[in-house]
Design a protein around this ligand. Structure first.
Ligand code: GRF
Length: 208
């Protein structure tokens, strides 16, 4: 019998629908992901992601970024709530804010994001729209470590999605979303099993 790692303690940051959060919660509930979501935090009130968390019995709270004078002050409030919940990895699941260096250094090399395109192309909020506008034949999704840029940071895994000539924004986005759900869970399974490890902090051996 192989020893099992302790469950991964996750904090999930959201801003909206929370379908990626749901995929994570479902994988935990089915036993395929060895993790616990300790807390879900939204920067926007009354979003569906908060309801999804509460339905799964996960503590969920809103920390509105608009209540804070600076990004640093907002990020300090996030860090404090995540630390109180004893989170070890932070997952951005549709979180629409750029994090400050202060936040990044609170969870060094242990913050991951999912993006609905094959990075490094199509960064930003309207990735599927950009893909259609370019006329690309293949797009997809990326799970990556988070750094100070927008949708930048070391790539962990990608999945391709073929663009059909008949696709519109809704149909393409739906297929990318479905791919994201699988990829996100699969990367978290790899982290939980120790197959993907925290990035070394800058200046440490192994850092670029
Ligand atoms: C996803 O497409 C994710 O890649 C992007 O925001 C979207 C969030 O979707 N960062 P959901 O809230 O998980 O449904």
């Amino acid at each position: 019998m192989t020893a099992r790692n302790p469950p991964l303690s996750l904090g999930v940051l959201v801003s909206g629908t929370g379908s990626n959060l749901q995929a994570v919660l479902d994988a935990i509930a089915s036993g395929s992901l060895n993790a616990r979501v300790r807390i879900v935090i939204s920067n926007r009130p009354n979003v569906q992601a908060l309801e999804r968390a509460r339905s799964a019995g996960v503590p969920a709270l809103t920390i509105p970024h608009k209540d804070f004078a600076t990004r640093e002050a907002f990020d300090r409030a996030l860090v404090s709530a995540l630390r109180e919940a004893e989170v070890s990895w932070v997952v951005l699941a549709g979180f629409m804010r750029v994090l400050t260096p202060e936040f990044l250094s609170a969870f060094p090399g242990r913050i991951v994001n999912v993006h609905p395109a094959l990075r490094p192309v199509c960064p930003g909020v309207d990735a599927a729209k950009q893909a259609l506008a370019y006329g690309v034949k293949i797009t997809g999704c990326t799970v990556h470590f988070v750094d100070q840029g927008v949708d930048s940071g070391k790539i962990i895994a990608q999945r391709a999605v073929l663009v059909d000539p008949s696709d519109d924004l809704a149909s393409l986005s739906a297929r990318i979303h479905a791919a994201e759900h699988q990829l996100f869970v699969s990367v978290l399974q790899d982290i939980a099993a120790g197959r993907v490890v925290a990035l070394p902090a800058e200046g440490q051996p192994g850092s670029e």
